[in-house]
Design a protein around this ligand. Structure first.
Ligand code: AVI
Length: 322
């Protein structure tokens, strides 16, 4: 149950989405809103956790196949390496170093919604690689991709690491891939990481770590609503809950109200009522197998050209062309 005391105009996308999510049954919030400054920092911590195998698995794949990946990326007329959701670029550095050592003609174009993370990334890269041409682009993936495709520049290699696509339900993942496909020409390629189905317990542990960092990350949604929408959520009254369905490969995160309560979001004049054990669904982290990735690719008119994997890592990087 929720009430809005008097109509108020919802201005930002955050306000609209929070309003919609908390007035719908069952309640939900979009995981993209976890990533403010605090959320970014918590995600950095997650990537260091012993249980969060994804980052290390992808790092090993890039490390063990660096030369072959660089061969696939390179083009005699040069190319643009465009990374969507660049983050801290820790894994990308492996490829950048190899390309620079080969004196490959390329520019690195990291795209991120957060100007802060871009500034930080560029500063660090400039320190480490003085010869690297970095052309950061702040914005939403799709807008920036559209802009880049209209330049009609040289070969584009689009990179999406970290199984970021897994935070999208299949229909949205397909639109994401379709959008990328539309920005590609025949010589362009897409290099993307997909976390794979594996022992269900390993997946549950990765999203419910023993130090509670993932719980804090999930609850950052409530802290952010408190900060930005003048809310009075008591995050300690919510439990972080993870589920994994080994049939569909979908890991789901929830925040569960441990008691009945009323929460007021003053800025959007909304009162939200929770019953005891009512849920807010906050995130999906989809796990894949080759058939599912092939199906997604087909839906987006892409074809798989090559798969990079390491034994027992349960993670794969795919090269797609159109
Ligand atoms: C960014 N994304 C791919 C992470 C994932 O694995 O779904 C976000 C995350 N959520 C909880 N832990 C990490």
């Amino acid at each position: 149950m929720s009430t809005q005391e008097s109509p108020i105009e919802l201005v930002t996308a955050f306000e609209k989405d929070v309003y919609e999510g908390l007035t719908t049954f069952p309640k939900f919030l979009y995981s993209k809103y976890i990533y403010d400054k605090t959320g970014d920092e918590l995600f950095q911590k997650i990537m260091e956790l012993p249980e969060y195998y994804l980052t290390r698995a992808e790092f090993s794949i890039l490390k063990n196949n660096t030369a072959e990946i660089a061969d696939i990326f390179e083009h005699p007329l040069g190319f643009d390496l465009i990374e969507l959701g660049a983050g801290d670029g820790k894994k990308t550095r492996i490829i950048l170093r190899e390309l620079l050592e080969r004196s490959a003609a390329f520019s690195y174009i990291p795209i991120d919604i957060s100007q802060n993370s871009l500034d930080e990334l560029v500063k660090n890269l400039k320190n480490e690689f003085s010869d690297l041409k970095v052309l950061p682009q702040q914005g939403m993936y799709f807008e920036v991709l559209e802009k880049l495709s209209s330049y009609n520049r040289r070969k584009k290699v689009i990179m999406v690491l970290g199984s970021n696509i897994g935070n999208l339900l299949h229909p949205k993942a397909i639109s994401f891939l379709k959008n990328i496909e539309q920005s590609m020409s025949a010589s362009d390629m897409l290099f993307m990481g997909f976390d794979q189905k594996k022992d269900p317990q390993t997946i549950l542990n990765a999203y419910n770590d023993s130090q509670g960092v993932t719980a804090d990350f999930n609850k950052n949604l409530l802290y952010r609503i408190n900060r930005e929408l003048d809310g009075n959520f008591q995050p300690e009254k919510f439990t972080h809950w993870e589920s994994y369905d080994p049939e569909t490969g979908t890991a789901k995160s929830f925040l569960v109200a441990t008691e009945a309560m009323k929460v007021v979001l003053k800025k959007i004049r909304l009162t939200v009522e929770f019953e005891q054990w009512e849920t807010i669904h906050t995130e999906i982290s989809q796990k894949y197998d080759d058939n599912t990735v092939a199906w997604l690719a087909e839906q987006a008119a892409l074809r798989i050209e090559k798969i990079f994997a390491l034994d027992n890592k349960g993670y794969k990087n795919y090269v797609f062309k159109k």
